[in-house]
Design a protein around this ligand. Structure first.
Ligand SMILES: [Mn+2]
Length: 238
């Protein structure tokens, strides 16, 4: 059975990151393999501020590759992560569908939900407010009033502040909130879910919903492939 989806999560690419080359090879492999859907589960870069003055050459190159795929009729989906800011316009220009969640109807296998995962912890109201406010049109407008080098300096500071927290993600699991979230999905008729953000290679079931956690895409090119019946398997780039 052919692959329905190729899916990668949380590379957190930094400047000059050797895993970036692996990612470009992975996109070429996806192109050659012919699967219809490419799903990026967010946090592609250490921080991604999609404004003209701040976006890096490496981010533009990735956008170029994604634009190529979408222009050849492939569905490219990007699920917003907690490190993604103001990426709406550049992704739209590249023909990439951007959302907080995306549902895929699996023929005979029910609905599969894809999302980054940082919105699951509904108990953290402060974080959820920050997520919304920091991405608001007001903050965007204020940010863009600053001179370009100020904008880049702030983005760099955010990037440094966010790096080196991998251990935190690996140990972080809001079990109660995850259960509550899964119950909501079940009520919406969602059969299975695919998540990034937690940086673990794991499968579990909550409220009857099977949840697949996708580990970080790094130098080994680890990614998830979903086949036509909704089954999935972890694959590496050879
Ligand atoms: Mn994340």
């Amino acid at each position: 059975m052919p692959d329905l989806v190729w899916c990668a999560a949380d590379p957190h690419f930094e400047r000059g990151d050797p895993a970036l080359g692996v990612f470009h090879r992975w996109l070429e492999a996806f192109d050659a393999a012919g699967a219809p859907n490419l799903v990026l589960l967010g946090d592609l870069f250490q921080v991604w501020v999609g404004l003209p003055a701040v976006q890096t050459e490496e981010q533009r190159e990735v956008l170029g590759a994604l634009a190529g795929l979408s222009s050849r009729g492939r569905k490219v989906v990007y699920l917003r992560g907690n490190r993604d800011y103001f990426i709406e316009e550049p992704l739209a220009e590249a023909g990439v569908f951007l959302a907080d969640q995306w549902d895929l109807e699996i023929p005979g296998g029910g609905v599969m939900r894809f999302e980054h995962g940082d919105l699951i912890n509904s108990s953290d109201q402060q974080y959820l407010r920050w997520r919304e406010v920091s991405r608001s049109a007001t903050v965007r407008a204020l940010f863009q009033l600053l001179p370009p080098d100020r904008q880049r300096a702030i983005a760099g500071r955010v990037e440094r502040g966010l790096s080196g927290t991998n251990a935190y993600y690996k140990s972080y699991r809001p079990a109660l909130e995850l259960e509550r979230w899964a119950r909501r999905l079940a009520a919406e008729g969602v059969a299975s879910a695919v998540l990034g953000h937690f940086h673990v290679d794991q499968e579990e079931s909550a409220a009857g919903v099977s949840i697949r956690f996708v580990p970080q895409f790094r130098e080994d090119g680890a990614h998830l492939r979903v086949i036509g019946n909704g089954a999935s398997y972890l694959e590496h780039l050879s």
